[in-house]
Design a protein around this ligand. Structure first.
Ligand SMILES: [Zn+2]
Length: 244
């Protein structure tokens, strides 16, 4: 491992854990998509292009600069340039964001294909009320000029639906981005399940949606919010609950 500080070691461990949890939860897509985390000095860690998410470890992450140039790659596999187009745009535009997570899930892509997008149908979805961006599909994200439009569309939100493509979340920490992604994914799954019944849907009022979104905001930024939840997720990988 090329970790030089305990801060970098922690970040590597959290990031590798996020990859494996995404795989455990079935939100990965072969060797595609990325989760990126910011290191000091405008360097970024992400997955080597060729590993499944379940294979990502703290010591096989690739370090790149803001333009996606590889600075350190213990695997020799390099990175997927299309993936980092998305991430580099958002890291550059949002210094408050330290982790960007992007997934192709069936439910997420299905919602991205609906004209109306995500509806205020359930508690998970309400946290994204007025806090969810949309980005139109421009083909596989190889063009660097798409970066500006990605950043513009995200604005100051922490979650975005990429039309015909997938989901994206941001966080001040890896854990925050992960928990937000799972809630977004569950929002999408639940909407599809409700719509599949063919019954009339009961939407939350804008007032209720805003109330719940503010409750989520307070929870996520509070001391017992996302960090406690993230630590609980990490224990899924350590086997700490095997004896229960
Ligand atoms: Zn993608």
């Amino acid at each position: 491992m090329n970790a030089t500080t305990s801060e970098e070691r922690d970040l590597r461990q959290n990031l590798a854990a996020a990859y494996r949890l995404i795989a455990l939860d079935g939100m990965d897509d072969g060797i595609d998509t990325h989760i990126s985390a910011r290191l000091p000095g405008e360097r970024f860690l992400l997955n080597a292009y060729g590993l499944r998410f379940a294979e990502v470890r703290a010591d096989n992450l690739v370090t790149v600069d803001a333009d996606g140039k590889v600075l350190d790659d213990p695997t020799g596999l390099g990175i997927n340039p299309a993936g980092f187009t998305i991430h580099s745009a958002l890291h550059a535009a949002r210094p408050d964001v330290n982790c960007v997570m992007h997934c192709h899930t069936v439910a997420g892509v299905a919602i991205s294909c609906l004209e109306e997008g995500l509806l205020p149908l359930n508690q998970w979805a309400l946290q994204f009320h007025d806090r969810l961006a949309y980005h139109d599909f421009e083909g596989i994200a190889l063009e660097l000029d798409e970066r500006e439009r990605l950043a513009e569309d995200l604005g100051d939100h922490a979650a975005m639906i990429l039309r015909q493509h997938g989901l994206l979340t941001c966080g001040r920490s890896v854990g925050e981005a992960f928990l937000r992604m799972r809630n977004l994914e569950r929002s999408c799954q639940t909407q599809l399940a409700a719509q599949a019944t063919g019954q009339p849907l009961r939407l939350a009022s804008p007032t209720m949606a805003e109330h719940v979104a503010q409750q989520f905001d307070a929870w996520a930024t509070g001391p017992a919010g996302s960090d406690r939840a993230w630590q609980a997720e990490l224990r899924r990988l350590s086997g700490a609950d095997d004896s229960l």
